[in-house]
Ligand binder design. Structure first.
Ligand code: GLN
Length: 302
């Protein structure tokens, strides 16, 4: 079978199964199986697949047609320009969540520039900057924050350290693998929220589970059927983890430390109020690319 024949057949089956991005998914799977990029493909659509590749491709296509998420087949998802390994134990990184990383990076850059021009502090004068990612899952937020903050000495005056916390051992294993593959130094701790956290952090980031329990069944099949329930379920009113994290954060933030949350599109008021009531100041709501409220940020004075 040629690449072109395989692709056309794959696309047809995914269209029949009403997979929303059928063409794209048929393509990604073919690329994953053959290692042939799109540009290379157009130069040689008649290249033959080996028998093994053809079998693997048709297996992927039938599983995708059964609505298994693409990322569970390829085992990876791109996020903030990095490739993360994913599996059924972690929430697949969403593009919306990149906003949380971008806001965290802005905070870190302004802290880095506060006392010295970019990258000018010698090692002894670098400011400790510890980042805690609460409910880290695949580690995608923490690792991309550390990666991008470290790139081009963007936060060159900071001595950064990162901790990811999660209650799921399986998620921590995925996060540790991602740290190793991306060659980023970070620690991952098994912790029920702050239980095993130690010390103070200049920044806490979190994309906690925030879907109301009775709304989970209304999510797309691929989300409710394949993303881990514990990564989605924000309990009765969806705010359970915000309450817990906000009330605990004061004990773990340094003076003037920042808290950055991802939120559901209709949670900005509730989460801002919880933060204000807990003594946070300078609370800001940020919108994602779709124009929906997606992040809330606040500062804590001890
Ligand atoms: N944004 C996720 C979704 O697609 C929910 C993630 C979460 O609960 N933190 O449903």
């Amino acid at each position: 079978m040629t690449m072109q024949e395989a692709y056309q057949q794959g696309e047809k089956l995914l269209v029949q199964a009403q997979i929303p991005d059928a063409r794209l998914d048929a393509w990604y799977l073919l690329e994953h199986v053959t290692g042939v990029s799109r540009a290379m493909y157009y130069a040689m659509p008649d290249k033959e697949l080996s028998e093994e590749q053809a079998d693997q491709y048709s297996d992927f296509i039938s599983r995708r047609a059964a609505h298994i998420p693409l990322q569970h087949l390829t085992g990876e998802q791109e996020f903030m320009g990095l490739t993360f390994r994913v599996n059924e134990h972690v929430l697949i990184p969403r593009q919306d969540t990149e906003l949380v990383v971008e806001e965290a990076l802005k905070i870190m850059e302004s802290c880095s520039e506060a006392e010295y021009p970019a990258g000018k502090a010698d090692d002894s004068k670098k400011q400790d900057f510890r980042v805690l990612d609460m409910c880290t899952g695949s580690g995608c937020i923490l690792l991309s924050v550390l990666y991008h903050a470290g790139k081009d000495k963007k936060c060159g005056n900071l001595k950064m350290a990162g901790t990811g916390a999660d209650i799921s051992e399986e998620a921590l294993e995925a996060a540790r693998i991602n740290a190793e593959l991306l060659n980023i130094e970070a620690e991952f701790i098994h912790s029920d929220l702050f239980d095993a956290a130690e010390g103070r952090f200049e920044l806490i980031v979190s994309n906690p589970p925030y879907i109301r329990t009775d709304e989970i069944s209304k999510l797309q099949d691929e989300v409710q059927g394949h993303d881990p329930w514990i990564a989605l379920d924000g309990k009765e009113d969806g705010l359970y983890f915000y309450r817990k994290i906000i009330s605990g954060a004061g004990g773990y933030l340094s003076d003037g430390g920042h808290l950055v949350f991802e939120i559901g599109f209709d949670q900005a008021d509730a989460v801002s109020t919880l933060m204000r009531d807990a003594g946070f100041r300078d609370i800001m709501v940020k919108k994602d690319l779709a124009g929906l409220d997606r992040a809330v940020i606040g500062v804590y004075d001890r």
